[in-house]
Design a protein around this ligand. Structure first.
Ligand code: BGC
Length: 731
C-alpha cells in the first residue's frame, strides 16, 4: 500500500512539474499582468528584449512617403509590425511564427494608420472637429476600431492631435484644428472610442497620440522641418491634448519628426521622460515616427545610427519604427554599459504591458470573419453619414439662396462633381472609393422628380487646359442655378503635402469667374483638406459650403444640405484666412501693443471666416448671459448660463462656444480662450439654456513654461458670441 502511495505521489509530482514547465506563469491568463511581465522578463535574453523594441513593416505599405522595402524575412521575435491588410490571414500566419517558432512565444503587435476610419471612412479629422460632436466622434472611432481589430489590426496610429495654425501644412487635415481645448476634447473622445472600456475586447484597438510634440508648428507649413516653440507656448498651446489623452488612458504615443527649438521630438528627454513618464506617469510606450530616430542624423544631432539609437532610447522612445537603429545597435549599447539594463527592462516592460492589456498573449490570433461581418454595418454607415452631415460648414448664404427649392434646372459643374477618389481624403486606410456616391449622383437622387440636374466638367483641378469651359458655360446658361464643385485633390493634403498658397489653382478660380458672368446664382461647394483662401471666390458666390473630404458617405450629406433635408450645423475648427499672407492667423492670438494700428496696408487684417463661424437655415437668438455669482474665492463653484432661442421656421442644431478672457495677468494672455462647448437641438420656436460649469482652477488659470498652473485673483470675462460678463476672484 505504501509503495502504491509513493508511486502515485511521484507520478503526480511529475505531472505537476511538467505542467509547470508547459505553462509558465506569463502564459497564465489568471495572473496579474505585472506578475506575468516579471516572469517573462526574467526568462528573456538580451536579444529577445531588444527585438521587442522594433517595428518593421509587413509587406506593402500604403504610405507613399514611406516606401522602404519591406523586411524580407520577418523574425518571429519582432515586437511589432505595420500591417496593411483588410483581413487577418497574413497576420495570423506571421503570428503563428511568433507563437510557435520562437523560444518564448511572444505575440506580435500589429499596428496601422486608421486615421478617419478603416473601411467605413469618416470625414477627415479637421471636418469631424467642425461637427463639435465629441460623442459622435467617439462612436466613429469605435466603429473604426471594430473594423480594424476584426481585420487583424491591434493598434492604430491615431489620433493625430497636433494643434495646427498654418493651412499650408498638409497635415492640418489629420488633426482637430487650431485650438488647444478643441484638440483636447476630441483626443479624449477618440481615445475612448478606439480603446473602449477594455483593450482586450475583440472590438477595440490601442490608440496612439501623435506626433508628440509640436509638429503642427512646422515652419512655414513645410513638412518635417524645424519648429520654434518656446517653453511657454509648448505648455499653453501644445501640451494639453496630450496630457488629457494620457489621463484618458491612451496606450501609446508617437514621437515627432520636428526639431523643437534645437531638440527633435524623438530625442527629447524633457518631453518624453520628464513630462510624459515622470510627471504624467504614462505606463504604456512611445513609438518613434517612421524613420524619426535615423533622421536625427540629417537633423544634425547624431553622427551615426548608433548615436541616434542612443539618443532616442535614452530620451524615452521605446520602439523603433522602421529606422533599423535599435535592432542594429541597442544590444551593443547595453553591452557597452551606455544603456542600462534597467532602462532596457523598463522599455520592454512597457511594450509587453500593452500587449498583455490587448489580450494578445491569451488570444494572439484574429478570428476569421466575412467582410459583411466586419465592414459597413448599418450602424457604422449611419454614424458616417451623420458625422459627414454635421461636419459640413455653411460659410455664406446670401439672400437665402440655400436650400435649393423651386428650381427646375440645376447645373452641377466642376472637377469635384464626379469624383469619388478625392472625397476619401488622405490616409483612407482600407476605404474603397468605388463605394462612394459622387456629388452629382447624390444630387440627381436628391432632386429626382423635382428638378433636372445636369453636369459639365468645366476644368480640371489644376493646369491650364480651358477646353471644357465652353460646354460648362452653355450648360450654366440654360440652368437656373449653378452648383460649382471645386476643391482639392486627395493628395494635396496629408503628409508631405505642403502648399505655398492655400488658394485654389487659378484654373478653378477662372471657371468660377466665367460662370458668374452669366448672371446666375452660384452655390460654391468645396471639398478640401485645409482652410482655403477664398477672397476672390467669396464675392462671386451666393452661397459657400465646405464639405471637407467626407469619406464613404460621399455626396449624399451635401445633397441633403443643399435640398434642405439636412439643416447645416457645422462650425469652423480652423480659421479661413483672407489671404495666405495672413498666416499664421487664429482666433486666440495674444494682444497687441497697439490694437488700433499694425494692420496690413493692402488687405483686411481680419480673417475671411473666423474660428467657430458657421451658418444654419434657421437663426438663433442669444439671450442674457447670467452668472451664478460674480465675486468668488478660489475653490468656489461658478455656473454661467445663456438662453438660446430658435427664431426661425425650422428645427436646428446650435453649438455654443464658451470663451474666457483674462485682461490683466502676470503673462499676456490670448484675447479669448475656448474652454467649453455644447451642442443642442432646438425645435423651431424653442428656447434652451446652455450652461457652462466653470472650474476656476481648470478654466481660468494659466500655465507657465514649466507646466505649473496659476490662478490669479482679479477680473475675468466669460464670453459667448459678442456677449461678455465679468466675474472677479478675490483673495
Ligand atoms: C507619419 C505617421 C504615420 C507613420 C506610419 C509617418 O510618416 O508621420 O503619422 O503614423 O508614417 O505610417
Amino acid at each position: 500500500m505504501k509503495k502504491v502511495t509513493l508511486l502515485l505521489s511521484i507520478i503526480l509530482m511529475m505531472i505537476f512539474s511538467s505542467y509547470k514547465q508547459e505553462k509558465p506563469l506569463y502564459k497564465d491568463a489568471k495572473q496579474p499582468i505585472e506578475k506575468r511581465i516579471d516572469d517573462l522578463l526574467a526568462r528573456m535574453n538580451l536579444k529577445e528584449k531588444v527585438m521587442q523594441l522594433n517595428q518593421f513593416t509587413l509587406g506593402r505599405n500604403d504610405n507613399a512617403n514611406n516606401m522602404a522595402d519591406p523586411v524580407a524575412d520577418i523574425p518571429g521575435e519582432i515586437g511589432s509590425l505595420i500591417y496593411f491588410g483588410s483581413n487577418a490571414d497574413l497576420r495570423n500566419k506571421v503570428q503563428k511564427k511568433a507563437m510557435e517558432q520562437t523560444r518564448l512565444g511572444i505575440p506580435i503587435l500589429f499596428g496601422y494608420d486608421v486615421i478617419h476610419g478603416f473601411r467605413t471612412i469618416y470625414p477627415i479629422s479637421l471636418g469631424q472637429a467642425c461637427s463639435w460632436n465629441a460623442a459622435l466622434v467617439e462612436k466613429a472611432c469605435g466603429v473604426a476600431a471594430q473594423e480594424a481589430r476584426m481585420s487583424g489590426v491591434d493598434w492604430t496610429f491615431s489620433p493625430m492631435i497636433d494643434v495646427a495654425r498654418d493651412g499650408r501644412w498638409g497635415r492640418v487635415a489629420e488633426g482637430y484644428g487650431e485650438d488647444t481645448y478643441t484638440n483636447a476634447v476630441f483626443t479624449v473622445a477618440s481615445v475612448k472610442g478606439y480603446q473602449g472600456e477594455d483593450l482586450s475586447s475583440e472590438r477595440n484597438v490601442a490608440a496612439c497620440l501623435k506626433h508628440y510634440i509640436g509638429y503642427g508648428a512646422s515652419e512655414a507649413g513645410r513638412d518635417y522641418v524645424y519648429s520654434e516653440i518656446s517653453s511657454q507656448t509648448l505648455w499653453d498651446t501644445y501640451m494639453l491634448p496630450y496630457e488629457n489623452g494620457v489621463k484618458a488612458g491612451v496606450a501609446t504615443l508617437m514621437s515627432s519628426f520636428n526639431d523643437i527649438s534645437g531638440t527633435p521630438g524623438s530625442a527629447n528627454h524633457y518631453t518624453l521622460t520628464e513630462v510624459l513618464k515622470k510627471r504624467w506617469k504614462h505606463d504604456g510606450f512611445v513609438v518613434s515616427d517612421w524613420g524619426s530616430i535615423e533622421q536625427l542624423r540629417p537633423q544634425g544631432i547624431a553622427g551615426s545610427k548608433k548615436e541616434a539609437a542612443f539618443k532616442a532610447f535614452t530620451a524615452g522612445v521605446e520602439m523603433d519604427m522602421m529606422n533599423r537603429c535599435y535592432d542594429a545597435h541597442l544590444e551593443e549599447l547595453v553591452k557597452e554599459g551606455k544603456v542600462s539594463e534597467d532602462l532596457l527592462n523598463d522599455a520592454v516592460r512597457r511594450v509587453l504591458r500593452v500587449k498583455f492589456r490587448l489580450g494578445l498573449f491569451d488570444r494572439p490570433y484574429t478570428p476569421a470573419t466575412t467582410e459583411k461581418e466586419r465592414f459597413y454595418r448599418p450602424e457604422s454607415l449611419k454614424i458616417a453619414e451623420q458625422l459627414a452631415e454635421e461636419s459640413i460648414v455653411l460659410l455664406k448664404n446670401e439672400n437665402k439662396v440655400l436650400p435649393i427649392n423651386n428650381v427646375s434646372k440645376i447645373a452641377v459643374i466642376g472637377p469635384m462633381a464626379k469624383t469619388k477618389w478625392h472625397l476619401l481624403g488622405s490616409w483612407a486606410a482600407q476605404g474603397n472609393s468605388e463605394d462612394i456616391i459622387t456629388i452629382y449622383d447624390a444630387l440627381q437622387a436628391e432632386y429626382k422628380g423635382k428638378a433636372e440636374v445636369a453636369y459639365a466638367l468645366g476644368c480640371d483641378f489644376d493646369g491650364k487646359d480651358r477646353k471644357d469651359l465652353e460646354e460648362a458655360k452653355a450648360l450654366a446658361a440654360k440652368s437656373d442655378l449653378i452648383v460649382l464643385c471645386l476643391g482639392e485633390k486627395k493628395n494635396w493634403s496629408g503628409e508631405n503635402a505642403s502648399r505655398s498658397t492655400i488658394a485654389l489653382p487659378q484654373i478653378q478660380e477662372e471657371l468660377a469667374m466665367e460662370l458668374k458672368k452669366l448672371g446666375k446664382r452660384v452655390v460654391l461647394v468645396l471639398s478640401n483638406g485645409r482652410p482655403l483662401e477664398l477672397s476672390r471666390l467669396e464675392p462671386i458666390s451666393d452661397a459657400i459650403l465646405t464639405m471637407w473630404q467626407p469619406g464613404t458617405p460621399g455626396g449624399k450629406p451635401l445633397a441633403g444640405v443643399l435640398s434642405g433635408r439636412v439643416n447645416p450645423s457645422g462650425k469652423l475648427a480652423m480659421t479661413f484666412p483672407y489671404s495666405t499672407g495672413q498666416i499664421p492667423i487664429y482666433y486666440n492670438y495674444r494682444q497687441s501693443a497697439r490694437p488700433h494700428q499694425g494692420k496690413y496696408q493692402d488687405i483686411q487684417s481680419t480673417p475671411l471666416y473666423e474660428f467657430a463661424h458657421g451658418l444654419s437655415y434657421t437663426t438663433f437668438g442669444y439671450g442674457e448671459l447670467k452668472v451664478s455669482v460674480s465675486k468668488l474665492k478660489r475653490g468656489d463653484k461658478l455656473t454661467v448660463e445663456i438662453p438660446v432661442t430658435n427664431m426661425g421656421d425650422r428645427d436646428g442644431v446650435e453649438t455654443v462656444h464658451w470663451f474666457i478672457q483674462d485682461p490683466v495677468c502676470t503673462i499676456s494672455r490670448p484675447v479669448k480662450e475656448l474652454k467649453y462647448f455644447e451642442k443642442q437641438l432646438l425645435k423651431k420656436g424653442e428656447t434652451k439654456l446652455y450652461k457652462f460649469e466653470v472650474n476656476l482652477e481648470r478654466d481660468l488659470s494659466f500655465v507657465n513654461g514649466e507646466g505649473q498652473r496659476f490662478l490669479e485673483s482679479g477680473e475675468y470675462n466669460i464670453m459667448v458670441k459678442n456677449k461678455k460678463i465679468k466675474i472677479e476672484i478675490v483673495d
